[in-house]
Design a protein around this ligand. Structure first.
Ligand SMILES: CCCCC[C@H](S)C(=O)N[C@@H](Cc1ccccc1)C(=O)N[C@@H](C)C(=O)O
Ligand SMILES: [Zn+2]
Length: 317
């Protein structure tokens, strides 16, 4: 179809106004952003599970109905996350070759999750009690898009320890993206879409994973078979490590000197894209992060020392 890139405006899941790129055609305005990589495409799942569904089309380029809100945020936050990886890590989309970013919102009925299918993002509406529309939280969108980056780099197997590191990397870059855009940033995950009736809570806390019953030390890791061998449980170990590495602190008697968010981003990005492999476990995660920090800052640097401290603080050697 022929048309021109224009700027649309709309209301997000939290009732906030935002603008984003759309495509003006004879049919109307599509949610297609032709300014980033090979394009950002947002689809309507129409509360079915057939994907991608239909490319989002609007009559007047103003997306202000309740039904529009999930699409507004999925489209906008996909663009922001593209910009984070492009501008901060010099990565052009998840394959570093401008791959199209495809999202489907209103996926399923009251679906209490979001995910990366291996080729696109999907976002449920939530049941309105446990969750509201998942694309309404930037950390969720960046979490899902980070899975795509992981798949095209370390390709960590989504189970047991490699799966926990996979999940932790998605939480880490979800949080770093939130801080990059100063979008009510915190070390909580999903705070904007979790239990809309209960302010101040979150699905996970990277600062204190035990609040969700997840481990904050390797000695407390889950070794059962639920949740693909605890990928959302043992991610707490990597999440706590990253929190300490950025902010510093003393954990189980081990003092960590913080190095700040930006350096954590550089170390974790290099670890993910240069050293981790599909079968990496937490011990290999430590070794990989030490190598990445050594490449970036030198073997005798404070940053390398802090990486070792952070892994030691969560019992990983
Ligand atoms: C479609 C299959 C789902 C696979 C799990 C996806 S990747 C996932 O981890 N989703 C996140 C969503 C999220 C992200 C950030 C903050 C809040 C919520 C997740 O944590 N899902 C929880 C509910 C889970 O799957 O246990
Ligand atoms: Zn995930």
């Amino acid at each position: 179809i022929s048309g021109t890139v224009v700027t649309g405006s709309g209301t997000g899941v939290l009732g906030d106004s935002k603008t984003f790129k759309t495509f003006s055609t004879a049919d109307g305005y599509y949610m297609f952003d032709g300014t980033r990589g090979n394009g950002i495409y947002t689809y309507d799942g129409r509360n079915q599970t057939r994907i991608p569904g239909s490319l989002w089309l609007d009559a007047d380029n103003r997306f202000n109905t309740t039904y529009d809100r999930a699409a507004v945020d999925a489209h906008t936050y996909a663009a922001w996350t593209y910009d984070y990886f492009r501008n901060v890590h010099n990565r052009n989309s998840y394959d570093n070759a401008g791959a199209e970013l495809v999202s489907t919102v209103h996926y399923g009925r009251s679906y209490n999750n979001a995910g990366w299918t291996g080729s696109q993002m999907i976002y449920g509406d939530g049941d309105g009690y446990n969750f509201r529309a998942f694309s309404g939280s930037l950390d969720v969108v960046a979490h899902e898009l980070t899975h795509a980056v992981t798949d095209f780099s370390a390709d960590l197997i989504y189970q047991n320890e490699s799966g926990a590191i996979n999940e932790s990397m998605s939480d880490i870059f979800g949080t770093l993206t939130e801080y990059h855009f100063n979008n009510n940033p915190d070390w909580l995950m999903g705070e904007d879409i979790y239990t809309p009736g209960t302010p101040g809570d979150a699905l996970r806390s990277m600062a204190d994973p035990t609040l969700a019953g997840d481990p904050d030390h390797y000695s407390k890791r889950y070794t059962g078979t639920q949740d693909n061998g605890g990928v959302h449980i043992n991610s707490g170990i990597g999440n706590k490590m990253a929190y300490l590495l950025a902010n510093g602190g003393t954990h189980y008697g081990v003092k960590v000197n913080g190095i700040g968010n930006d350096k954590v981003g550089k170390v974790m990005y290099r670890t993910l894209t240069q050293y981790l492999t599909p079968t990496s476990n937490y011990s290999h995660f430590r070794a990989s992060a030490v190598r990445a920090a050594t490449d970036l800052y030198g073997a005798s640097s404070a940053e390398v020392a802090s990486v070792k401290q952070a892994f030691s603080a969560v019992g990983v050697y």
